[in-house]
Design a binder for this molecule. Structure first.
Ligand SMILES: Nc1nc2c(ncn2[C@@H]2O[C@H](COP(=O)(O)OP(=O)(O)OP(=O)(O)O)[C@@H](O)[C@H]2O)c(=O)[nH]1
Ligand SMILES: [Mg+2]
Length: 344
């Protein structure tokens, strides 16, 4: 399935089987799409995300058209081990944020996520709570590019949702390898989910996840050991970290039963998210994170461009000539690389 099955407002994900090249040839009216997105038209949002995801020739025009309308969305990343309850918590958060009349975008960046066609029918059904609600956009993204990580297109999709007037964008990504570090670089607030009895706390400490969390959620608090897991986290926090700096944010630990409709602890999570947002602005950390995020985006795009040009160079006469000089001992690989870069 695609997330489009979820209802009118779920944003269609292009299937991997879509013929390549088709989109590039279709004429794109970028200003009309941006106007549509800003007016809350889900199809325009979907089309814009497809354009950025597919690195369409219109990508630059899209980025330029979106830029003046971005910068107001709060980006909340949710990460954690497979099955910890990220999608369930995301769904509950959407409900809570909608109750406050906020517009919400959801990006699920993980092939195994129910949003992107995973096996967990239960979650798909729950997400239908939000079908037909024009204040919610749901989009799953293939983690192309980095293995298991956030695709490079994710920040661009974020910009689309931002320009489309989302007050909050939730990004779900499974906590494996690099992805949680990447999510931390994308998000204003990073929520790390753990569950009792999964040894998550200890794994989190090992993987450096304690450092990236702005908020811990011990989900599945209906299970034995939730209090112990919260205590473990607290104990590990007391060992030190960046939150020890004076005036710094100390990540709170919330307990949730995200699968429950009521009394699920989600309101407390929303409150802590608000508190963190306030702290981000009052401490100056928010603007710093946003600037760092933009710098990473620029860097990624520049490096991709560079890689493309280097690809053009591969097998070229210029590279062959430099290689011959290195082989002959007339140059060294560092100098040759400098010369190659100078030619790009
Ligand atoms: N008992 C209990 N089960 C829960 C709770 N939250 C989620 N679950 C269940 O845990 C399972 C996994 O939940 P998901 O929300 O799909 O977990 P996830 O982290 O998104 O999983 P992946 O995207 O596959 O990594 C589902 O069967 C949920 O119904 C909870 O608070 N308590
Ligand atoms: Mg999930």
């Amino acid at each position: 399935m695609t997330s489009g099955d979820l209802g009118g407002t779920a944003v269609q994900t292009p299937g991997p089987a879509a013929p390549s090249g088709r989109r590039g040839r279709r004429a794109v009216d970028v200003p009309a799409l941006v106007d549509g997105a800003r007016a809350g038209d889900p199809r325009s949002v979907a089309r814009l995300i497809s354009l950025v995801e597919d690195a369409s020739p219109a990508l630059r025009e899209v980025a330029a058209a979106l830029a003046p309308h971005t910068g107001s969305a709060r980006v909340v990343g949710l990460t954690g081990s497979p099955g910890v309850g990220k999608s369930t918590t995301t769904t509950a958060l959407v409900t809570a944020l909608r109750a406050r009349d906020l517009r919400v975008g959801v990006l699920a960046v993980d092939p195994s996520s129910p949003f992107s066609g995973g096996a967990l029918l239960g979650d798909r059904v729950r997400m239908q709570d939000h079908a037909g609600d024009r204040g919610v956009y749901i989009r799953s993204m293939a983690s192309r590019g980095h293995l298991g990580g956030l695709s490079w297109a994710t920040p661009q999709a974020l910009r689309v949702l931002d320009a489309a007037g989302c007050d909050v964008v939730l990004i779900e990504t499974v906590g494996v390898g690099q992805s949680e570090l990447e999510i931390a670089s994308l998000a204003d607030t990073t929520v790390v989910l753990v569950a009792p009895g999964m040894g998550d706390g200890i794994q989190a400490a090992k993987a450096g996840i304690l450092e990236i969390a702005d908020l811990f959620v011990v989900n599945k608090a209906d299970r034995d050991g939730a209090a112990q897991t919260a205590r473990d986290l607290r104990a590990m926090q007391s060992l030190g970290g960046r939150h020890d700096r004076p005036g710094w944010w100390r990540p709170p630990i919330c307990r949730t039963v995200a699968s429950r409709d009521v009394d699920n602890g989600i309101d407390e999570v929303v409150e802590q998210l608000d508190r963190h947002a306030e702290w981000l602005e009052s401490s100056g950390e928010g603007p710093r994170r946003r600037t760092e995020r933009a710098a990473r985006e620029i860097e990624a795009i520049a490096l991709a461009g560079l890689r493309e040009r280097i690809g053009d160079v591969r097998g070229s006469a210029a590279l062959d000539a430099l290689a011959a000089r290195v082989v002959a001992g007339q140059s060294d690989p560092f100098r040759a690389a400098d010369e190659l870069l100078a030619q790009l």
